[in-house]
Write a protein that binds this ligand. Sequence first.
Ligand code: G3I
Length: 366
Amino acid sequence: MTGIAIILIACSNTESKEKPTLKEAFKNKFLIGAALNTGEISGKDTAGLRILATHFNSIVAENCMKSEVIHPLEDQFNFTLSDQFVDLGEKQDMFIIGHALIWHSQLSPWFCVDENGENVSADVLKERMKTHINTIVGRYKGRIKGWDVVNEAILEDGSYRKSKFYEILGEEFIPLAFQYAQEADPDAELYYNDYNEWYPGRRETVTRLIRTLKERGIRIDAIGMQGHLGMDSPTLEEYEETILAYNKEGVNVMVTEFDLSILPFPKAGIGADLSANFDYQKELNPYTEGVPASIQEAWNARMLSFFRLFIKHADKISRVTMWGITDQDSWKNDFPVRGRKDYPLLFDRDNQEKPVVQMIINEAKQ
Ligand code: G3I
């Protein structure tokens, strides 16, 4: 081998070792996070964990802290996975987020009803919420740095979702949940998290909620704007308007649950409404053999333009969290149609970083 060849190999090795990472690129801007599933939390998905350690500095529990998992029966908690999740985060020096304390979906069946299936009284529900929040937040006090306290309680038209919590306690269930969380760990950040917040009705009610909590001396630190995006909706301007509206209320904005589906939506405006399910049709699953170059380019451009927006508003945004690490893991493969092949994340099915990652990093450096 010639001297020049040796130098070239040495240089290319150095280059691959020093390939810029997302967390370095966003170091002075915002945290960059990922949702972890069971494979990663249990340590089985070693490739996913390598990507996590290289590119991310924050984690959120995709499923293991939902009430049906962590609190399956009134007198029974299951902390097996959530303990592993928090241990993993601490070992890797991650900013750890708990998701989600009060959510109508994946709700433990016992939570809001008595043994006859009838709604419990307001006092009983308050007590149950308090125990639930106290036990979980208390267990991870000082370790979990931020909590999605209430998830998806408001609808696109600005009205409250008619969940069991709402039926029994009215709007009051939200301030109560924040109060209980604040009491359980006064140092943890507290968040309200929702999807489709670019709809004016929803944005206005969330804004009113922030004001109400603040007026009553109850802390709310940030609003999570879920970023389950499609190729056509929302527009950058719609998303930006909501960032600005929340910033005006004096809270941080977090881009949570970020993914960009490349597939056609069977119906507009579904967001992350888990009750929406559509039958499989071949036309709704067009990229089983790979994505054509022109479509991929459009996806890259849209992903990049959203990161450009986040960078522009880095003074208002405290965290951007991807809803998963690789395309293989994404919930979008089964929503709103089961069994499709989607490509919504930053890392592909072979655990390789997509070209858009270095484009985003370059954008952050400018
Ligand atoms: O763990 C079981 C497994 O034992 C079983 O074999 C398998 C059979 O389908 O199901 C597995 O559970 C699934 C679980 O994900 C873990 O993969 C559930 O069926 C499935 O409903 C669940 O979906 C999750 C969904 O929330 C409902 O909790 C998605 O992974 C998760 O990405 C999604 O996340 C939500 C956020 O929490 C809130 N915002 C919307 C977002 C997307 O829906």
